[in-house]
Structures are given as C-alpha cells and as structure tokens.
Design a protein around this ligand. Structure first.
Ligand SMILES: Cc1cc2nc3c(=O)[nH]c(=O)nc-3n(C[C@H](O)[C@H](O)[C@H](O)COP(=O)(O)O)c2cc1C
Length: 399
C-alpha cells in the first residue's frame, strides 16, 4: 500500500466524454493505494459509464445530483468539498473546464469544484480542435494561473477518428501526479542523483557477468524523491522497469558507462544515492566475436572496475552521499567499514540472503548506519515505503 494516498480522501469528478470509462481504472489505482474515493458524475458522464461500476469499486455512493435527498441530508456538495484532500477531474470536458473557469455551479461536480479548498488536478480529454480552440486554451491558462494543476492531454488517435492532441493523459501518469500533489514537498530545490540496477560486463557479444539486482529500490527512491519535489537524475543499469515520470533517466550498461554518467552529473548534485549493484570486476579481455565452445575448463581473467562510490567520497564537497551495502554475512561490520572507507554520510545495509530482503523482491529489510550513531534496524516493508523512510532520515542530514 502506498504511503501517501493511504487514508486520504480523493474526490474524483467524471464529466461526459468518451474517456469516462477510463475513470474506473483510475479509481482502482487510487483505492489500491489506500485512498477513500468519492466519485461525482455529471449527467453526461452517466451516458458513457454507469455509476454502479464506480460505486462497486469505491464502496461509496456516487454523487450525481445536487438535489439528491440522500446526499443533501448532510449538504452533500459542501461535505464532499470539505472532506477532500485532493479533487481530481478526469476526464474533464471542454464544457466542465469552461464552467469551472467561469464559476458556474449548476451541477454537483461544478459546485464541489468551486467549494473545495483542496488542491485540484484536471485531466482534460476532447477532440483536437476543441482542445486547440481559443476558448479552451484561454480557460486552461486562467486555471493554471489560479494554481489548478492541469495534466495535459496526449497526442495520438482520438476516439472521434482524428489524430492530434486531446486524448486523456495516461491513467498511471494521473495517478502519480495525484500522489505527488499530496506529498510534502520537502525536497524542493534539491538536485539528486540516484544510481540503480546491475551492470553488465561483457565477455563477448553474447555473454556477460552481472548480478540479480532488479533496480526496484533505486527506482522507488528516484520516484519518491521526485514526488517530494527533488530534481532527479537516475542513472540506471539494464532493468525491466519503466523510469518514473518526471525523472531524468540515463541508461547505462557497464560499470565504466555508469562511472562516466555519474561523473557527468555528480557536480550539480546536492544528494547522491548509490543503490546500483555495480560489478567489482570485468573480464580483462572483451572478445569481438562470440567465444566458441572448447573442450575442458575455461579460465576467465578479471580486472577491477572503478570504485565509483569511493571516488565520490574522495571528492565529496558539501554533498550528502548515501550508499548501499548488500551483504550475506557480518552485515553490520562490513557496512560500518564501507561507511568509513568511502566517507559516506549514510549506508543502508541489507542481508540479501534473508527472505523478503534484497535483490529482485518487492520488500526489503535494512539497517541504516550513519557516522557516530547507533545502527537503526527497520522492519521488513515494501520498497516504496522504505524509500520514503530513507528519505525522511536523509532529510535530517540535508538540513
Ligand atoms: C459521443 C460523444 C462523445 C463526447 N466526447 C467528448 C469529449 O471527449 N470531450 C468533451 O469535452 N466533450 C465530449 N462530448 C460532448 C460533451 O458530452 C458535452 O459537451 C456535454 O455537455 C458535457 O457535459 P459535462 O461537462 O457536464 O459532462 C461528447 C459528446 C458525445 C455525444
């Protein structure tokens, strides 16, 4: 379960466009993240999707009419407006955007939108010519000026058969923007560099040495930093993950590629988190052609890769430097040694041989070490939650 959305109240307004059916998927993501979701549908929206679907997914009644007796027992529109931690309108029609801009409150959605003081996220969806019309563009400009968050529609094939900008933004992008809006922006103005994933050290074009790192921990950290307002660069070895939205993503393969990318971006960073599992060694020789099978054993000669973390520690300046130690024995001792030798401000140690911790799983159990302080053992938790727990502690070092 997500940290930020758990227990928060999200009012989701759905207006009458073809994309209304996609609201069901957004509801699912919000509910799964632990939010209490209250849907409001316009009359036009109900032509496209039935309230029963949303009511079933949210387990809350769907507000449809301003004058519904049941809702109005507790002055439904005011109560919803006040209870909301966040108000999302997705999809938002040209008509709905126009009403909100002008202050017309003739239905439940427009009335709640006017009465709420919660942050508002609007995801427009419409035909390309409607989107480009001076009326809609002017309304969007005015709403942005009032502090309303607009998630721009995407380009592509539209339901009306035309091509252009107007398709509802990706549902995951809307969800992530919603989470970011509810997040305390305690990393605003901080430039952060995060490394993640494994490296690959090729023997020949068809074979490499690597490790089981999935990159999940680093990607969770990059996403959490971005949500908390940081300007994030993520240098990543080969992984099967989508880079978090809004993060500068640099894909690398070998330890030497990673070293080059880190050197290029470290200069501007105030915070560097090195969660990548960088190979310590690479084959001394990298063959241009695939090595043919031979009888008998094959001996590989390896040479040391650059120690990126130690190099950063040696030229630390006023940067906060955080490393990871994946150990299989004597975890605390090895982590303490690494903390000191590499001049780190913090090291996150985990025993990758214990169940529910380390490589490729969705949870992790770590111990956080900082110079001069007692090691802090954290319980096993999701990597998402852990990313925020780590950032809470780094925040104290930054300030
Ligand atoms: C089949 C169909 C699809 C429509 N799709 C959209 C759309 O994607 N975006 C939009 O702004 N309006 C769309 N409209 C027009 C709106 O439904 C219309 O402007 C309506 O008054 C909007 O009401 P509401 O904003 O209260 O939901 C569509 C209309 C029809 C008949």
């Amino acid at each position: 379960m997500d940290t930020i959305l758990a227990g928060r109240t999200v009012v989701l307004g759905i207006s009458g466009g073809i994309a209304a059916y996609k609201a069901a998927e957004l509801v699912r993501l919000l509910v799964r993240a632990g939010a209490g979701v209250h849907c409001i549908m316009t009359a036009a929206a109900r032509e496209f999707i039935g309230p029963l679907t949303l009511q079933t997914l949210t387990k809350n009644p769907v507000a449809t009419s301003l004058f519904d007796l049941w809702d109005e027992q507790e002055i439904g529109h005011i109560s919803l407006a006040e209870r909301a931690d966040l108000c999302i309108i997705a999809p938002a029609t040209a008509n709905c955007i126009g009403k909100i801009t002008l202050g017309i409150a003739d239905d439940m959605l427009a009335t709640v939108a006017m009465a709420t003081r919660a942050p508002m996220l609007i995801a427009p969806a419409m035909n390309v010519n409607m989107w480009n019309s001076p009326a809609v563009q002017e309304n969007i400009r005015i709403l942005r000026g009032r502090g309303v968050h607009i998630i721009d529609p995407e380009s592509g094939e539209l339901a009306c058969g035309t091509e252009g900008t107007g398709r509802l933004a990706d549902i995951t992008a809307i969800f992530e923007r919603a989470a970011a809006l509810l997040q305390v922006q305690d990393y605003r103005g901080v430039k952060a560099l995060v490394t993640a994933g494994p490296t690959r050290e090729f023997l020949d074009p068809a074979r490499f040495l690597s490790n089981p790192s999935s990159g999940k921990m680093g990607y969770c950290l990059a996403r959490a930093l971005q949500w908390r307002g940081a300007d994030v660069t993520l240098v990543s070895g080969p992984v099967a993950l989508q880079p978090p939205r809004g993060v500068r993503h640099i894909a690398v393969t070998s330890a030497r590629d990673m070293e080059a990318a880190v050197k290029e971006h470290a200069g501007q960073a105030r915070l560097i988190i090195k969660s990548a599992a960088v190979a310590d060694y690479r084959p001394r020789e990298q063959l241009r052609q695939k090595q043919k099978k031979q009888g008998g054993a094959l001996t590989l000669e390896l040479e040391r890769n650059p120690d990126i973390l130690a190099d950063l520690g040696a030229r630390k300046g006023d940067r906060v430097l955080v490393g990871f130690a994946a150990e299989t024995e004597n975890m605390l001792k090895h982590a303490q040694d690494k903390l000191r030798a590499k001049k780190l401000d913090m090291i996150i140690a985990n025993d990758v041989s214990s169940p529910g911790a380390g490589f490729a799983c969705d949870t992790n159990q770590v111990c956080i070490l900082t110079p001069g302080a007692e090691p802090e053992h954290l319980p096993c938790m999701s990597k998402d939650l852990l990313a925020h727990a780590i950032l809470d502690r780094i925040q104290r070092l930054l300030s």
